[in-house]
Write a protein that binds this ligand. Structure first.
Ligand SMILES: NC(=O)c1ccc[n+]([C@@H]2O[C@H](COP(=O)([O-])OP(=O)(O)OC[C@H]3O[C@@H](n4cnc5c(N)ncnc54)[C@H](O)[C@@H]3O)[C@@H](O)[C@H]2O)c1
Length: 293
């Protein structure tokens, strides 16, 4: 099947990056948000990224114009009905994703392939809200999407093998390196990463070290590009909390349980970099200061 038009649902942190790489790869891309303001905010973010690429000489002005020309922001879900593939990147909550896909299933032609960017929900459970579980995969991108090379392509027991191969090829067309993963909670990366991040918060709670000292230790001691608290702020503490709750529910293991400090921070509205506060304060974004927790 020739993929020409791609739909992206959600234009937040991940959806905006996904829409950008789809348009960059030459696909007509329609991205849907729940309000006009959020569409505008997401598209502005993409525009800024493309401008930065022009400044760096990675794109010409003309190429930037072509990419922007392939991108369209909408609020009506009906606008997605002509898409060959739909990539979902909305909030990490099962009822919201199931409701969305049930609507899309009724709107889209039989050939449309559905993909979720969920980090922790089982793809099978989302796909079961549609009548096309054989045309349903996980396409798990990494943040920031335009930069990170990996894409986990997730197969359920119901995914058609031909559809799966097509989605692996689609991931490569987006300029990513696809890896094959089965539909086990957290797939490959989060199965390993989430317990590590939650353990860093537990170490902080137990007074093992400060935010800065734990971050510095993992950078300089393990060669990680950033420490766990910088990464947590980058991923989003609300998203991390949802993920840990879902993974705990799946495995019932302590290593996936959300530490109380994470819950308190999310309740306080400290969602990380995107909200201006998390383990660091981003009042001066170029010089984040550790919070006194
Ligand atoms: N943050 C990460 O590092 C990361 C990495 C990989 C995957 N993910 C997954 O990607 C998904 C999105 O995460 P995010 O970090 O971009 O969250 P986000 O909060 O930045 O963005 C989610 C967006 O979806 C919008 N939305 C909610 N319901 C919608 C609907 N029905 N239609 C259209 N838009 C809707 C919201 O308005 C919001 O702008 C989640 O499933 C998350 O687990 C996140």
């Amino acid at each position: 099947m020739a993929i020409r038009k791609v739909g992206v649902v959600g234009c937040g942190l991940m959806g905006s990056g996904i829409a950008q790489v789809c348009a960059q790869a030459g696909f007509q891309t329609v991205v849907r948000e729940i309000s006009g303001e959020l569409v505008e905010k997401g598209l502005k973010g993409i525009e800024k990224n493309l401008d930065r690429m022009v400044e760096k000489g990675a794109l010409t002005e003309a190429e930037k114009g072509e990419i922007s020309g392939r991108l369209r922001g909408v609020t009506a879900v009906e606008e997605l009905k002509g898409c060959d593939v739909i990539l979902e990147a909305i909030i990490e909550q099962l009822p919201a994703k199931r409701e969305l896909f049930a609507v899309l299933d009724g709107l889209c032609p039989a050939h449309t392939i559905f993909a979720s960017n969920t980090s922790s929900l089982t793809i099978t459970e989302i796909a079961a809200a549609t009548k096309r579980p054989q045309r349903f995969v996980g396409l798990h991108f990494f943040n920031p999407v335009p930069v990170m090379k990996l894409i986990e392509v997730v197969r359920t027991i119901a995914t058609d093998p031909g559809v799966y191969e097509e989605m692996l090829a689609f991931g490569a067309k987006l300029g990513k390196t696809p890896v094959r993963a089965n539909d086990g909670g957290g797939f490959i990366v989060n199965r390993l990463l989430v317990p590590y991040l939650l353990d860093a918060i537990r170490a902080l709670e137990e007074g093992v070290g400060s935010v800065v000292d734990i971050d510095t230790s993992m950078k300089l001691g393990c060669g990680y590009p950033m420490g766990p608290f910088t990464l947590l702020d980058f991923v989003g503490l609300d998203t991390t909390l949802y993920i840990s709750q879902i993974m705990f529910d799946e495995f019932k293991e302590k290593r996936f349980a959300a530490p109380p400090l994470l819950k308190r921070m999310v309740l306080a509205g400290w969602h990380g970099k995107k909200s201006g506060r998390g383990f660091y304060d981003y009042a001066d974004p170029a010089n984040p200061k550790p919070m006194n927790l």
